[in-house]
Design a binder for this molecule. Structure first.
Ligand SMILES: Cc1cc2nc3c(=O)[nH]c(=O)nc-3n(C[C@H](O)[C@H](O)[C@H](O)COP(=O)(O)OP(=O)(O)OC[C@H]3O[C@@H](n4cnc5c(N)ncnc54)[C@H](O)[C@@H]3O)c2cc1C
Ligand code: SF4
Length: 427
């Protein structure tokens, strides 16, 4: 039977949530809380579920993480809170993500606003980019009473939560509901505004007391092979699957170039659309794959095939349509080197590339110092210009980027901006 492209896990029933919450040991100095990048007090929010205090539970979550509904769905919990749960050693860890979603669904389904805007400070802050980092920062600043405007180049807010995270994990509505909640805190979200094209550094300086840059990363880079114009961009493919699913068609054979989490998401979509053979190509081996182990296991279970030590050479076409991909085998010495004469052809009607994203260009355009292409910041997320702060994927020069880390950056930057604005008033 064809599996569908809808949210993977159903919500917990009340009975399931109670049983699961009652398994929690409410550990002192809980390791799950330490493992959460936003440090949600996990035993505290779980403990409120059996006493039917779902509002209190949601308050506990949102006090640490304003995007608790998104994070409940997209966080790699196996690597974070659930991976640290003491019950994991001998029993099943607590389903923290699903319990968090249970509490979050309560406030969103019942139209409850947990927080109110703070008393006005008269200070204006611009946030550039309405992804998780930007929305988190904007919401925290609004709670502190600042007048915040978010400028977003796309039509809808939410960043990759809206356009990039596969619907199995997060439907568009969830990301948009969170952005609407942030807007109800008094944050103005102006879409279709790109910095610096539509709003220059001078404009920002003249109109705002501080700026937070949360522009994420850039487009998918080029492979530089003949026929590349026939290859679909993986981020566009995922975005289409969220915004315009009927436009996507299955094919007898689909190739996905790349082996990270985005590539896995593309392969999952292709398979669930009903495509025949879906194969992921990677120039290294499974040991070097950047995808999370649980995602790799998931996609193998979906029936996706892998061609490791394989490099694309050129796209083959027939009458203007994709017919296959010529590839060459590689060996690791330790970088992947093509093995001369090992060329072969993989037949395909569709080829998708998911080979990461380019570095952000906005930092350099605004004259900020950068580190390996990412915007350089200090421990308070302040850039080389004192009134400009940055966070999220655009500063993540090291380590894996994730939504929850972007949310935490937004929170840290909001506190630092608030402090710097208070210092300005005092000076
Ligand atoms: C396909 C895919 C799947 C992922 N799945 C997961 C997952 O399951 N779990 C997880 O934790 N993480 C996942 N991630 C990573 C996660 O989505 C990111 O780490 C997170 O979205 C980063 O948030 P951000 O706010 O920094 O950037 P983004 O979400 O990229 O948001 C940046 C926003 O800035 C806007 N913008 C950019 N430039 C400008 C400009 N010049 N002017 C105005 N606006 C601008 C963009 O349009 C966008 O809305 C995934 C990433 C991808 C690509
Ligand atoms: S580590 Fe597990 S059992 Fe302990 S508080 Fe966290 S979720 Fe509950």
């Amino acid at each position: 039977m064809l599996k569908t492209l809808t949210e993977q896990f159903p919500p917990l029933s009340r009975h399931e949530a109670l049983v699961e919450a009652n398994r929690c040991l409410y550990c002192y100095d809980a390791p799950c809380t330490h493992a959460c990048p936003t440090h949600i007090d996990i035993p505290r929010f779980i403990k409120k579920i059996p006493t039917a205090n779902l509002l209190g539970s949601a308050q506990t979550i949102l006090a640490s993480n304003l995007l608790g509904a998104t994070c409940a769905r997209v966080c790699p919990v196996q690597e974070l809170c659930e991976g640290a749960c003491v019950l994991g050693a001998e029993h099943k860890p607590i389903a923290i993500g699903r319990l968090q979603r249970y509490a979050m669904d309560h406030v969103y389904n019942n139209g409850i606003d947990v927080f109110q805007p703070g008393p006005p400070t008269g200070k204006r802050v611009a946030v550039i980019g309405a992804g998780p980092a930007g929305l988190s920062c904007a919401g925290e600043l609004a709670r502190l009473g600042h007048d915040v405007t978010v400028f977003e180049k796309r039509e809808l807010p939410g960043g990759l939560s809206t356009y990039g995270i596969i619907v199995l994990r997060e439907p568009v509505d969830v990301a948009l509901a969170e952005a609407a909640m942030i807007a109800r805190l008094g944050v103005k979200i102006e879409s279709g505004v790109e910095v610096p094209r539509d709003l220059s550094a001078e404009d920002l300086r003249a109109r705002f007391d501080a700026v937070f840059l949360s522009v994420g990363l850039g487009a998918t880079p080029a492979l530089g092979i003949p026929g590349e114009e026939f290859i679909l961009d993986g981020l566009d493919y995922i975005s289409q699957s969220k915004m315009n699913l009927p436009e996507l068609k299955p094919h007898p054979a689909v190739l996905i170039i790349g082996a990270g989490n985005t590539a896995i998401d593309c392969a999952t979509i292709a398979k669930r659309l009903g495509s025949g053979r879906v194969t992921m190509l990677y120039r290294r081996t499974e040991n070097e794959m950047t995808a999370y182990p649980h995602e790799y296991a998931f996609v193998k279970n979906e029936g996706v095939d892998f061609e490791f030590l394989t490099l694309p050479v050129r796209v083959l076409t027939d009458n203007g349509a994709v017919a296959g991909l010529e590839c060459v085998r590689t060996r690791l010495i330790p970088h992947p080197e093509p093995i001369p004469g090992s060329n072969f052809v993989l037949p395909a009607q569709q080829i998708i590339k998911a080979i990461g994203q380019q570095k952000p260009s906005v930092g350099a355009a605004l004259g900020l110092a950068t580190e390996r292409g990412f915007i350089q910041v200090d421990a308070n997320l302040r850039t080389s210009q004192p009134a400009i702060f940055a966070g999220g994927d655009c500063i993540r020069a090291r380590g894996a980027a994730s939504t929850v880390m972007a949310v935490q950056d937004g929170k840290i930057a909001a506190r630092a901006i608030d402090k710097s604005l208070a210092e300005k008033v005092a000076a």
